[in-house]
Design a binder for this molecule. Structure first.
Ligand code: FES
Length: 188
């Protein structure tokens, strides 16, 4: 009967050694790299996952700010600091200020909420009771009570925020920051 290979035995031996060595390298590489990739995936996971920048709101991301009864009936804006637990990729910081808003109560208990960040370059606007306007101290942007710009400095009106009032009369705001220096309102 013919042998299965035409090579002589002394030539088949080195080929077997080469295959065994290559197999060992591949298996060794897999054993080494698998935990490395697992560790890398674990480290990168918080960066790749999109998560809200704070915790503490309701299921829709609204934060309780004040009571309807605490807002002036004549629509005068009041400023509120919103507090929540700030979170980044790895850390959580308890009870931090996440932003400030102006709230107005309109007839019919309608709420208007403004992010108080100036859409020009990001300073904070201040409500001026005497002129009933919002003014920015940085470059003199001015806004009417309804948030419309009064000069050509800001690229758009004041940014409004979503709000809701629950049956107990508590006012909730969905806080959001927006891009500055652009005409179109866009979340950051
Ligand atoms: S940042 Fe408000 S006017 Fe420039």
């Amino acid at each position: 009967m013919e042998p299965s290979s035409s090579l002589p035995t002394e030539q088949r031996a080195p080929r077997r050694s080469f295959l065994a060595a290559a197999g060992s390298i591949v298996i060794g590489g897999l054993i080494t790299l698998t935990p490395l990739f697992a560790g890398l995936a674990f480290f990168m996971d918080p960066l790749l996952r999109r998560r809200a920048p704070f915790k503490g709101g309701d299921a829709e991301g609204f934060l309780a700010v004040t009571n309807l009864s605490d807002l002036p009936e004549d629509g005068t804006p009041l400023r509120f600091v919103l507090r929540a637990d700030k979170v980044d990729a790895w850390n959580e910081f308890k009870d931090q200020s996440i932003g400030t808003v102006y709230l107005r109560k309109l007839p019919g208990n309608q709420i208007v909420a403004f992010n108080d960040t100036c859409p020009h370059l990001g300073c904070k606007v201040d409500y001026q009771e005497a002129s009933k306007t919002f003014l920015c101290p940085c470059h003199a942007s001015a806004f009417q009570l309804d948030g419309e710009p009064m000069n050509k400095i800001p690229p758009r009106r004041l940014d409004t925020l979503e709000s809701k009032t629950d049956p107990d009369g508590k006012v909730w705001i969905k806080y959001q920051d927006f891009q500055c220096g652009v005409e179109k309102k866009g979340a950051v």
